[in-house]
Design a protein around this ligand. Sequence first.
Ligand code: GDP
Ligand code: IMO
Ligand code: MG
Length: 425
Amino acid sequence: MPANLVVGAQWGDEGKAKVIDVLSKDTDIIVRYQGGANAGHTVVVKGKKYVFHLIPSGIIYDNKICVIGNGVVLDPTYFLEEVASIEKEGFDVRGKTFISDSAHLLLPFHKMIDASIEDGSDSETKIGTTKKGIGICYADKMMRTGLRVGDLLFPETARNKLKTIIQNKNREMDILYGLPGLNEAEVWDQLMTFYDLWKNRIINTSFYLNEELKEGKRVLLEGAQGTGLDVDFGTYPYVTSSNPTTGGALIGSGVGYHFLKKVIGISKAYITRVGEGPFPTELFGDEGSRLRELGGEYGATTGRPRRCGWFDVEMLKHAIRVNGMNAVALTKIDVLSDYESIPVAIGYELDGKKINYFPSQGLERVKPIYKEFPGWKSDITGINDFKKLPKNCQDYINVLRELIGVPVHMISTGPDRDHTIILAG
Ligand code: GDP
Ligand code: IMO
Ligand code: MG
């Protein structure tokens, strides 16, 4: 049976979790494949809101398995807190979740260094990270000096590795950042608290997932962040330190590429971004605030106000290309209901010349070419039949569909699971 993939087409917060929640109904296993607690994934069911950071967004279904893949950087202390808060709501987490033995452990010094670099940066060098230690942990992974979840299965070796890591990190923190050193025994105790509770759920998730797929199970791969934040295809250096895109989904889950069927790009009907970096269609001042308030655009992880702007066709086409997206889910269309007329960036000019791609250099110099579309000026929240949408709203969606050249499979008209129009299987 197939694996389907949900991937962000913009700079994150596109409403991925809402779509994952809807699709989870017809799925057996939901897999987070990259990122860490920098993600904030919101699901709303019958008015009740849940926000997930590390745990896959399918966890509130009773009979689904959730997997934290090898591509995730797992902060064990944060993870235990998140599990506790979900279990307090009455959901079983441990009985339904497996963790990859190859996922990297995100330790306290990763967060301390991330925060220290961010706080010490000036406006030229600031990335605006979530300060969750993500970039520093992935750097250690690439340096081959990281500790992995599976190392804990051999406590004596793991403790020796940790000793060396803490010795080196304490020197680095002192010399480069003027930060206090960490007590290795305390870090070890935190790891053991996690290990004691989760040791039976640590497995080779790539083996597990491919076996389950062969048996006919349906797998849904859950991306965090989005294409604009991809370390290769995003707006480097204003990106996260992983690959949210399709290549990253295969690497971060170990699912064989031949199982992959649908690659569903999630796109808001406008765009938001948190943190620094270029954003061609950004709205400033009152215009930006208006869209922010209409969309409730405040970060699910850090609470920061999100920068807001108009829909950008070139950006979505870039995401479609690098991910091989064969379906799009359009979210938050209800947020535009207040507008008399809705601008869409249908093309780009760079240094006075028209270009037909999303450039990897010079995006800050790009001038969007806008076309205005008539608004519909009526509340469409919760409509779940395309034919019931106002004519102008249907036209707007049809035009976007033509401009991007990929079928729109789902339209989201509100935050709730039920506020959804399904257009195709
Ligand atoms: P994710 O990180 O991509 O999962 O998205 P977030 O959860 O960070 O942000 C999306 C926000 O929009 C959340 O507050 C969702 O509840 C909300 N949301 C999702 N879809 C819709 C929609 O169609 N309309 C409205 N009004 N809100 C939505
Ligand atoms: P979800 O999964 C939006 C942004 C940060 C910053 C940059 C690097 O909810 O869509 P990091 O802490 O990853 O090193 O920060 O990436 N960022 C996100 N923006 N949604 C997210 O996740 C994000 N995760 C990271 O704001 O600009
Ligand atoms: Mg989010």
